[in-house]
Design a protein around this ligand. Sequence first.
Ligand code: G3P
Ligand code: CA
Length: 244
Amino acid sequence: MKKPLLLGHRGFSGLYPENTPLAFMKVADTGADGIETDVHICKSGELVLCHDERVDRTSNGHGFIKDFTYDELLELDFGSWKDPAFAGQRIWTLGELLDFCKEAGLMLNLELKNGIEFYPELERRSAEEIRKRHMEDTVFVSSFNHVSMQRFKELAPEIETGLLYESPLQNMAHYLDGCSADNVHPCWHVFEYQPELMELFHSRGMKVNVWTVNDESAARFLLGLGVDGLIGNYPDLLCRAAGR
Ligand code: G3P
Ligand code: CA
């Protein structure tokens, strides 16, 4: 069996507050290959990491990231909502995470959160941060916004892209013809419904990285189908399922 790519979804978000320095750092202890995260642009222009467009669910603040300056975001506690023991976790910029990944030798799947808020500069600015650090081979970019993903590819053809999708799409082969994605990032449940898709993707030379796999038996099922990458909240569980 080929060696699958194993990534901690929003860091090691099963046990630690998602998309925080702590959750990112904890992935490095598990034996997984890297991290998946989500990027937005705040009011003062910094690229910051958070899943939601608003800070409400994962911090002690209220409102949209686009309405906060970076200094205001730094005042927020992104840890306590998960457990008071994690109080004081702050937001990280994309640059901080890239530096950490480079130092730790981790891969990064960067999701452009350009689906509810549309950040016009997100593609160009993200590519700039990756290139500045010469991390084109260890970072790949995905988005549910396929136009954004395509724009990124046009701006940075040397960086791999992944087409994110959740519900089965009709005429998949035809859809793939019309977009420039290198790889696909489907919700893993798609393969319970359409296991034959694995062959279609592979026959087109696309790697298949699935999310969000939090169950060992699901991970084994997917590995048996020949999946290339697993993204999950418990990277330690993914390592166990893959026999690491
Ligand atoms: O990249 C896979 C996964 O992160 C997509 O869904 O909502 O967790 O960002 P979401
Ligand atoms: Ca994501």
